[in-house]
Design a protein around this ligand. Structure first.
Ligand code: ADP
Ligand code: MG
Length: 209
């Protein structure tokens, strides 16, 4: 089993993927409803398909060091999900895996996460303020840089997802609606906030943080 300075082991990785897939499954209808309001109603199904595919390879993934496992999981998402969210969340995980040293501490994680969020923005040709998942990914980065604990990071992520409601979408499918995109939460933002909550809970269970 590989262990890093943060104490994140392959077993932790396994628990994390299982918990993420379960949370996506439990919230798939809500995510799809959000996407029905300002998109094409497939976000819940897209995320579910992606995480089920990762879950299907978990035994193999858990034999790899955590950065390698993240890279492989990201690649799986890119390959399995047809919608915009697959390549974007996939790029996040792939870049995290690529940038993380085998033995990483919190500071190394934050640096790798910053590169990963920038890679999502590059892939989506997007930036903060356009009512997308980036409007949660960047606030998570800010919270981590400020030294927030995982619970606080998750709370900031939820608040950031809520803050997409009054925003005007200028990127992604929701931008086709123009002003009518106002008044609904961005589905990708909701997914990222959900996953941040899962990470916080899993870290707490495994590290007593
Ligand atoms: P699709 O839009 O192809 O149907 P999904 O419904 O699965 O894909 O995902 C939609 C989510 O993807 C949006 O809510 C938004 O958060 C995110 N998204 C879409 N396009 C972009 C982009 N260019 N940059 C960042 N995020 C994006
Ligand atoms: Mg969609």
């Amino acid at each position: 089993m590989s262990e890093s300075k943060t104490g994140m082991t392959s077993d932790d990785f396994r628990s994390l993927v299982v918990a993420m897939a379960a949370a996506i499954e439990a919230n798939a209808d809500r995510l799809t409803e959000l996407d029905s309001a300002i998109g094409d109603g497939d976000h819940g199904a897209n995320m579910k398909r992606g995480f089920q595919a990762v879950l299907g390879e978990l035994d193999q993934l858990a034999t790899k060091p955590v950065p390698e496992a993240l890279k492989a999981a990201g690649m799986k998402l890119v390959m399995t999900v047809g919608g915009a969210s697959g390549p974007l969340v996939g790029t996040l995980l792939m870049t995290l895996g690529k940038e993380l040293p085998a033995d990483f501490d919190r500071q190394a994680f934050v640096m790798a996460y910053e590169k990963a969020v920038d890679a999502v923005a590059a892939r989506g040709k997007s930036h903060a303020g356009q009512k997308t998942m980036l409007d949660v990914l960047y606030p998570i980065l800010d919270a981590m840089r400020e030294g927030a604990d995982p619970d606080e990071v998750a709370a900031r992520a939820r608040a950031a997802a809520d803050a997409t409601v009054p925003m005007l979408a200028t990127r992604g499918r929701a931008s086709f609606l123009g002003e009518r995109s106002i008044g609904h939460m961005d589905p990708g933002a909701a997914s990222v906030a959900l996953l941040a909550g899962v990470v916080a809970r899993t870290l707490q269970t495994h590290q007593g943080a």
